[in-house]
Design a protein around this ligand. Structure first.
Ligand code: G3H
Ligand code: 13P
Ligand code: ZN
Length: 309
């Protein structure tokens, strides 16, 4: 099966009250771990590439690795650009065969965001590619741009209908209290489900995207800290909140930090327990397995997308 767009996936997910996992990829082992989990769980999956990933791995390598995943699994896979910040990067990805792109012009004014997004939508739709945009601003790190907590803004439901109808965008990332990275909440985790509910009512059947949705599992924080790491106070979105979001209008849930932590915890422990080993396959193999395990858990117990292909 060739790469697919997310159109059918989101339609089924919306109706079925579950979400599709969108996992960030930067290297071979991560891609393999994710797609092996998706295959075992019989789940559709979105592999997403950020500007940082393109810089790190070279876009051609990532594209070819994803092609290898498609060829060896026969899964419905979407190849998505995460947080594209300009028309040019979106065009580049569309031209090289991505089936989905995100234009993140959320740091601009509403009018400017609409204009930039519409431009990308016109180019993408002419070529059979779907587009995600963002309205509202998440705190944390959006590629190279750091958004401070003070600058974060919840999405205003009143703007959503206008934004979607004027841009004709296919899905929308909203800000309801999540943020990127491993330090999401100082105190208790709180999400604005009232905003999500309002948006769901204003735009029935329209797929909403949740960024910054890592749960930052405390067992991984403990392993990292035990074996020389330093992540005191790391905290993520509780899994039951993600389940709730998935049962509402959220059809795509973005996860990057949890995978980074699974890899880091595994390798830190491995190095500590096997100081004489120096073959990268010896620690990258277990790291790949850790990616597979955490992604399978998400698909089965959080996203609810098992057995949906
Ligand atoms: O939203 C940000 C993603 O976690 C990607 O992070 O820009 O470090 O690749 P990155
Ligand atoms: P996390 O940092 O919570 O994994 O979010 C990732 C993300 O939103 C990528 O776009
Ligand atoms: Zn994001």
């Amino acid at each position: 099966m060739p790469l697919v767009t997310s159109t059918e996936m989101f339609k089924k997910a919306y109706q079925g009250g579950y979400a599709i996992g969108a996992f960030n990829v930067n290297n071979m082992e991560t891609i393999q771990g994710i797609v092996e989990a998706a295959k075992e769980e019989k789940s559709p999956v979105i592999l997403q590439v950020s500007a940082g990933a393109r810089k790190y791995a070279n876009p051609v390598y990532l594209k070819k690795l994803v092609e290898a995943a498609v060829e060896t699994t026969d899964l419905p896979i979407v190849l998505h650009l995460d947080h594209g910040d300009s028309f040019e990067i979106c065009k580049d990805c569309i031209d090289m065969g991505f089936t989905s792109v995100m234009i993140d012009a959320s740091s601009h004014s509403l009018e400017e965001n609409i204009k930039i997004t519409k431009n990308v939508v016109d180019y993408a739709h002419d070529r059979g590619v779907v587009v995600e945009a963002e309205l509202g601003r998440l705190a944390g790190i959006e590629d190279d741009v750091k958004v401070h907590a003070d600058d974060a803004q919840y999405t205003d439901p009143a703007e959503v209908y206008e934004f979607v109808s004027r841009t004709n965008v296919d899905s929308l990332a909203i800000a309801i209290g999540t943020s990127h990275g491993a330090f999401k909440f100082k105190g208790e985790a709180k999400l604005r489900f009232d905003i999500l509910e309002k948006i769901g009512k204003l735009l029935p059947n329209f797929p909403i995207v949740l960024h910054g949705a890592s749960s930052v599992p405390q067992n991984l924080v403990e392993v990292i800290n035990k074996y020389g790491g330093n992540m005191p106070g790391a905290k993520g979105v509780p899994e039951d909140m993600l389940r709730k979001a998935a049962s509402m209008a959220v059809c795509k849930i973005n996860i990057d930090s949890d995978i980074r932590m699974a890899i880091t915890a595994t390798i830190r422990k491995y190095f500590s327990e096997n100081p004489s080993h120096f073959d990268p396959r010896q620690y990258l193999g277990p790291a790949r397995l850790a990616v597979k395990e955490i992604v399978a858990h998400k698909i089965r117990n959080v996203l609810g997308s098992s057995n949906q292909i």
